[in-house]
Design a protein around this ligand. Sequence first.
Ligand SMILES: NC(=O)c1ccc[n+]([C@@H]2O[C@H](COP(=O)([O-])OP(=O)(O)OC[C@H]3O[C@@H](n4cnc5c(N)ncnc54)[C@H](OP(=O)(O)O)[C@@H]3O)[C@@H](O)[C@H]2O)c1
Length: 328
Amino acid sequence: MNWISDDQRYENAEFRRCGRSGLDLPLISLGLWHNFGDVDSYATGRSILRRAFDRGVTHFDLANNYGTPYGSAERNFGRILAEDFAAYRDELIISTKAGWDMWPGPYGNGGSRKYLLASLDQSLRRMGLAYVDVFYSHRPTPDVPLEETIGALIHAHRQGKALYVGISSYNAEDTRRAENILKQEGVPLLVHQPSYSLLNREIEVDLLQTLDELGVGCAVFSPLAQGVLTEKYLAGIPEDSRAERSRFLDKDSITDKQIGKVRSLLALARQRGQTLPQMAVAWTLRDPRVTTAIIGARNVQQLDDTLDAIKNITFSSEEEKLINRITI
Ligand SMILES: NC(=O)c1ccc[n+]([C@@H]2O[C@H](COP(=O)([O-])OP(=O)(O)OC[C@H]3O[C@@H](n4cnc5c(N)ncnc54)[C@H](OP(=O)(O)O)[C@@H]3O)[C@@H](O)[C@H]2O)c1
């Protein structure tokens, strides 16, 4: 029998409008960068996705090279979509990206039209989809004319293979340029996807302001700093943690100084009656210019814990001051 989602799934779900578009996104979205590849448990990944949707998470974020090996997160997601979510496609916002290394040779990485459009076709095949909701340029590529990279997004949009387009990790100036190129072709820039957490506040310098001015949404990634903003690293590096298992989280980056900050933040989270992951995600959402926080989860317990962040996303000015003292 087909899986049936909880019919109360939108009861406690909250959404925010993505910039000046007509699209709402859930306050918390789920990313499939880690934990959904062929090296991971398919059954666990499936349970995480079911649970997320049952709790009103309508947005799933992917990229061509997510999972180990590359492409496997999209393939596994496609299988779960077909097995469990076929009836729910129109309730889902599915995004994918191209820009980082994907296949060998000069056409499998970067910002060329050749790479982006071929990659989108591959992503659609892997996920068994006719279109994605959002197609992103995954990173700025200064060696490629911006007109070419953004032109590929425009083409995908016109083909109907992407309902909306986005950019990731672009600075404020290139974001303005990209938005302008799109605007001239009548294609709105839906969303920007930058890194943002208590341990990485760079977007506060000028990107958030720029997005607000342009009416572009902001989907922040790694709000838990890949798991550093949890209690797991307080007494060393656990074997099952990302720092131990993934090349993307360098053990050496988890310094005593950083762990000192995490301890102070944990004390504040406890005062607020939240777990540290809950406070960390809530903090990114305190700013209405942030549309959604894209989290990762290795199991259903982590997901459930973090999703409860939305129960309290308000911070007093004293709490803000304390956080600034700890983190800046
Ligand atoms: N556009 C880009 O360039 C870009 C880059 C990075 C990420 N992203 C997107 O953002 C998504 C999220 O990134 P992320 O996975 O780095 O996010 P994150 O939420 O900062 O980190 C997730 C990791 O933290 C740990 N964790 C999560 N919840 C926990 C909890 N409640 N208690 C204890 N540990 C918990 C788990 O790691 P352990 O395995 O250690 O338990 C989990 O895999 C990605 O999947 C992707 O969609 C985009």
